[in-house]
Ligand binder design. Structure first.
Ligand code: NAD
Length: 372
């Protein structure tokens, strides 16, 4: 079997496999071909890939000769990919129309963001490996935009109070943001509708602000669910109190397949001190604030609001290295002896992230979004 690594579109710095990820694939008998320049933005040259045993080719050759194509994004659309196998992060709950086109082209697609969040899937969990980076980077970016210190300082010239950081949503990104803000000495307060995360927040040194009466999300695989109007109202009031006192806010609240909940209104932002910073990691699905613009940083009445859904791409080396490990582990799951393809659709992980095959969209949630 031959795996092809494609160069990503211009907005993306990551690559699906770094040279250092190749060895387990090559040892199992899989050939790896890489598009010229694919790893350049992730600090991996064509020579690095060649040294590890890959072959560098043009895009056209990689597209023609690969059985499996690796590309993080779905920009391949339009290219003739009949019967190829694609592995990436395709966000099929939002990009279901692309998936329908792929089905029509006979493509077998695996979208790793749809893997079930189970213990067995952890080594392939791309949402976790990438969200961890986003949470970390969000705090670092906020700290450079913020015109003050984060830690408390007692100096001869006077005392500096620690910054107050509020985190909305304590999933993987949110918890890493708590940890990073704490390491930098900030006081951290956290909201999440899932009270199950309270212990984790406390153990990282954050304060968990509880709003009683959240909808039970236990049947949603650990994900959040939409909340009642009454809960939202009470949550909004509690959030408003904390927003006014916060210097930095990192928002990460998302509900898979739905627009992100708007948890911070323009009026709330107007109560913040000048120089305050909001980093909205939910920007791609609409954002958690009323003013977020995806991919843009704006200033509203002295408050900087950055809509940043692609922060993993700003740390491309480690993001690619960890993503590459996730991909290699998934490839092990769909290959057998001698590196030959062996896709067992009875396996809940293989089935869970398979979006198209046999000329059809086969993933139930994606199918229902298409009205099938
Ligand atoms: P996510 O990106 O889907 O959401 C981020 C957080 O926002 C979640 O904690 C969610 O509860 C919260 N949120 C949503 N709506 C909110 C609202 N209105 N107000 C406040 N907070 C709100 O989350 P994620 O990081 O992808 O994690 C989702 C789940 O998967 C978590 O339970 C996580 O622990 C679990 N998980 C499991 C595994 C595994 O077992 N393999 C790995 C990683 C994550």
């Amino acid at each position: 079997m031959t795996i092809g690594v494609l160069r990503e579109p211009a907005f993306e710095n990551r690559v699906s496999l770094l040279a250092e990820n190749l060895s387990p694939l090559l040892k199992s008998g899989i050939a790896v071909i890489v598009e010229t320049g694919a790893g350049l933005h992730a600090c991996c040259s064509d020579q690095d890939y060649e040294r590890e045993g890959a072959t560098i080719l043009s895009r056209e050759e990689v597209l023609n000769r690969s059985d499996v194509l690796l590309s993080l994004h779905d920009e391949l659309i339009g290219t003739s990919l009949q019967h190829k196998i694609l592995i990436g992060i395709y966000q099929p709950l939002y990009r279901y129309e692309v998936m329908e086109k792929w089905a029509g082209q006979g493509i077998i697609s695996f979208s790793l963001d749809m893997l079930p969040r189970t213990t067995r899937a952890q080594t392939m969990d791309v949402l976790s490996s990438q969200a961890n980076i986003a949470g970390y980077k969000a705090v670092l970016i906020a700290s450079t935009l913020f015109p003050r210190y984060l830690p408390m300082f007692m100096t001869a010239a006077g005392t500096i109070a620690p910054a107050r950081v509020m985190i909305l949503g304590a999933g993987v990104a949110g918890l890493q943001a708590v940890a990073t803000a704490r390491r930098l000495g900030a006081v951290v307060e956290v909201f999440d509708t899932r009270t199950a995360v309270k212990e984790e927040v406390l153990s990282l040194g954050g304060r968990f602000i509880e709003v009683p009466g959240a909808a039970d999300a236990s049947a949603a695989g650990g994900y959040a669910v939409e909340q009642s109007a009454d809960f939202q109202e009470r949550q909004r009031a509690k959030i408003a109190e904390t927003v006014a006192k916060s210097d930095i806010i990192i928002t990460t609240a998302q509900i898979p397949g739905k627009p992100a909940p708007i948890l911070i209104s323009a009026a709330m932002i107007e109560t913040m001190k000048k120089g305050s910073v909001i980093i909205d990691l939910a920007a791609a699905t609409g954002g958690n604030t009323e003013l977020t613009k995806n991919g843009e940083t704006i200033v509203h009445q002295g408050v900087t609001i950055s809509g940043s859904s692609s922060l993993a791409s700003t740390m491309p080396y480690d993001a690619s290295k960890l993503y590459g490990r996730n991909v290699v582990n998934f490839i092990k799951l769909i290959t057998g002896t001698g590196g030959a393809l062996h896709m067992n659709y009875e396996d809940d992980l293989v089935r869970g992230c398979c979006i198209t095959r046999d000329g059809q969209v086969v993933h139930e949630r994606v199918k229902s979004l298409l009205g099938n």
